[in-house]
Write a new protein. Structure first.
Length: 154
């Protein structure tokens, strides 16, 4: 899929839903989409996640706990997502550190699983709080009170 098509899909998601925080794969080719999304939607709303060993472990652990706690479920009929979840395997490396491997096929290599885990990560922390200062009311033409429109002006 081209970057332009990816941008159009992300634009549709931000237009359709009230996205407070979006986590995206920033590894390798993900640098450009993350940079573009941050420019369009703001640094505080878009977070790039590098798929390092420790980050993958955090994402996978959050995902596993969410399924075990029944906080998320797979909708009926989404066999592609279920198949993606079964592709992901935790393997202990020679140094004792866990690694996550996924069989690759025409449908990808557990892309839907990692997208689900990124969404859980984005939802895990509260949205950024924004402070503001109220603008004082404009005085009316006598310099006191509040300016009011004449009755029927609207």
């Amino acid at each position: 899929m081209s970057f332009a098509e990816q941008d159009a899909l992300l634009d549709e998601v931000f237009r359709r839903y009230r996205v407070a925080r979006c986590c995206m794969d920033q590894t390798g080719m993900g640098e450009k989409p993350v940079e573009d999304a941050r420019r369009r939607y703001g640094e505080t709303r878009v977070e790039g996640v590098l798929f390092t060993g420790p980050n993958k472990l955090t994402l996978a652990t959050q995902g596993k706990e969410a399924f075990e706690d029944r906080k998320i479920r797979i909708p009926e009929g989404l066999s592609a997502l279920r198949a993606d979840l079964h592709k992901l395997q935790k393997v202990i490396g020679p140094t004792g550190t866990p690694r996550f491997l996924a069989d690759s096929d025409a449908a990808g290599h557990a892309d839907r699983t990692w997208a689900c885990f990124l969404a859980l990560n984005a939802a895990a922390s509260p949205p950024e709080a924004f402070a503001y200062t109220r603008v004082p009311e404009r005085p009316d033409h006598y310099g006191v009170g509040r300016a009011r429109f004449p009755k029927g002006a609207w």
